[in-house]
Design a protein around this ligand. Structure first.
Ligand code: FMN
Ligand code: SF4
Ligand code: FES
Length: 497
């Protein structure tokens, strides 16, 4: 075999071995062992002996009805029944969930009948600079976790030199406990497309991608259909709404990788590479997809855009707080008395969200705490719930709210087992690009499994600190925080083994 052939084989194997789906049996049932399903008792071993063997995945986006399984034909099996997710709005204006549960708005005609694409028509009568200014003035911050100002990102992309510009909708939603993006992709795909077209108009992009994880097959097919409908109606493609503006969108499917939700790993995945994180800077807004200026926005972030353009930045700023305008969709898992999605204005106290709107623990059971914002988020005990949900206030207390998923931790939570679960997730999902995260996570897991030994006491805190301070991306930087918290709780409870 010549060296070119070997290189190409290595390249193919390197790509294939990175993505779980590409090495797994496609006939296998996917058993969710993500945090919510794990707490509901799901274990992959429960379906051991099945042919083909079942395989564990981290979240299927049905955490309000855990435990969940995904059959090879795309059907979801929920132990707790399959009734629709509960959606409640407690904001003065529903933005994100305005249409959810009120009809099939994946259908273009129905979506148009309630005003979807009206903001686009309105925007096409203005200049791109005016649309960009409206998004900047709204003060909207990205809902994907980092809270970066959307308008600032758009301006950077609009003003960066390139031969093309792109818009990418991040539908990877890997955090166990979050499912708003799945619900929006399945039930309001035209609002996402409208947000993308508005972004493209503002920054001068001609092509866009909706990246959707493989655990969301229904979302993929509904978005595909929505794109075809929008194209046929002249809302995508050349000459949008009879103007000279052209922009088209395609769906790219993920292959099973949590870190592909990180924006630079996502871009690598779209380009057909291993979903490894890129060194930043350059940021995607300056050099993103194929090296060109690219806006990567979360699904929920994009759904806010048509509302902002249609109703105006000032109306958006009247909701929420000065530091965090607008609303956020918070997801409650099955461990709460009232699982589902609650859209609330920023500024609402976390305690009120949990106790009043989440209803506290399921069946009146007391909560030992909550996990907020997924594996890179925060573990918060009841004494820490008196904080307004506002990006600045949360950051001041070192709280990471991530994408706004809440998982109930019941009073009998085994902290030691949870710490091991957290680190197993880290080992499984590390993209492997940097040594502290790739090797450190495996060492931390080995130590955590024997947490109450002298060696673990001596080494684990320092190792977690090393991973947090030297890792390349938010995954390695943030994940040790909750692990350290769980370790302290396990030691305090005397459950460390
Ligand atoms: C490990 C990791 C995973 C992430 N996963 C997601 C994700 O699934 N969805 C998402 O929107 N953002 C995710 N992010 C954040 C993205 O990198 C990026 O900040 C976001 O998509 C930008 O959109 P926004 O400004 O609209 O929030 C992740 C970040 C990290 C470090
Ligand atoms: S911290 Fe982990 S996930 Fe992030 S680049 Fe390093 S190895 Fe990859
Ligand atoms: S569906 Fe299992 S953790 Fe989300």
């Amino acid at each position: 075999m010549d060296s070119k052939a070997i290189n190409s084989l290595a390249g193919q194997r390197g790509f294939r071995s990175f993505y779980t789906d590409l090495v797994a049996d496609p006939r296998a049932v996917r058993v969710c062992t993500g945090l919510s399903c794990h707490l509901a008792g799901a274990r992959c071993a429960d379906v051991a002996g099945s042919d083909p063997p079942a395989r564990a995945v981290q979240c299927l986006g049905y955490c309000d009805r855990s435990p969940a399984r995904l059959l090879p034909d795309g059907q979801i099996v929920l132990t707790a029944g399959s009734s629709a997710a509960s959606i409640r709005n407690i904001a003065r204006e529903a933005i994100v969930t305005a249409r959810i549960g009120k009809g099939d708005f994946a259908d273009l005609e129905r979506a148009r009948s309630v005003g979807v694409y009206q903001s686009l028509a309105h925007a096409l009568g203005r200049t791109p600079a005016e649309v960009l200014a409206a998004v900047e003035d709204s003060g909207e911050q990205g809902r994907g976790g980092a809270g970066f100002p959307t308008g600032r990102k758009w301006r950077l992309a609009a003003e960066s030199a390139g031969t093309a510009r792109y818009v990418v909708a991040n539908g990877d939603e890997g955090d166990p406990g979050s499912f708003i993006d799945r619900v929006l992709l399945e039930h309001d795909p035209h609002a996402i497309l409208e947000g993308m077209v508005l972004c493209a108009f503002a920054i001068g992009a001609t092509a866009g991608v909706v990246y959707i994880r493989s655990e969301y097959p229904t979302a993929q097919s509904r978005m595909q259909t929505a794109i075809q409908q929008a194209r046929a109606a002249g809302l995508l493609g050349a000459g949008i709404c009879g103007s000279s503006f052209a922009f088209d969108v395609q769906v790219v499917a993920g292959h099973g990788s949590y870190v592909c939700g990180e924006e630079t790993a996502l871009l690598n995945a779209i380009e057909g590479r291993r979903g490894e994180v890129r060194v930043r800077p350059p940021y995607p807004a300056a050099q993103g997809l194929f090296g060109q200026p690219t806006v990567v926005n979360n699904i929920e972030t994009l759904v806010n855009i048509p509302w902002i353009i249609g109703r105006g930045a000032a109306a958006f700023r009247r909701l929420g707080t000065a530091d965090s305008p607008g609303t956020k969709a918070f997801c409650f898992n099955q461990g709460f008395a009232r699982p589902g999605i609650v859209e609330a204005e920023f500024g609402l106290p976390l305690r009120e969200l949990i106790e009043t709107h989440g209803g506290g623990g399921r069946d009146g059971r007391p909560l030992a705490g909550i996990a907020l914002g997924g594996p890179m988020g925060s573990i918060l005990l009841p004494g820490e719930w008196d904080v307004p949900l506002d990006y600045r206030q949360l950051a001041r207390r070192g709280i990471q709210s991530g994408h706004g998923g809440l998982v109930a931790l019941p009073a009998d939570t085994d902290w030691q087992a949870l710490m091991v679960h957290w680190l197993e997730f880290m080992v499984q999902e590390s993209c492997g690009k940097c040594v502290p995260c790739r090797l450190g996570s495996a060492q931390a897991l080995a130590l955590a499994r024997q947490a109450d030994t002298d060696e673990a006491h001596r080494k684990l805190p320092a190792l977690l600190d090393l991973i947090a301070t030297t890792s390349l991306c938010g995954f390695g930087q943030s994940l040790p925080g909750p692990v350290e918290r769980l370790r302290a709780l396990a030691l305090a409870a005397g459950t460390a083994r």
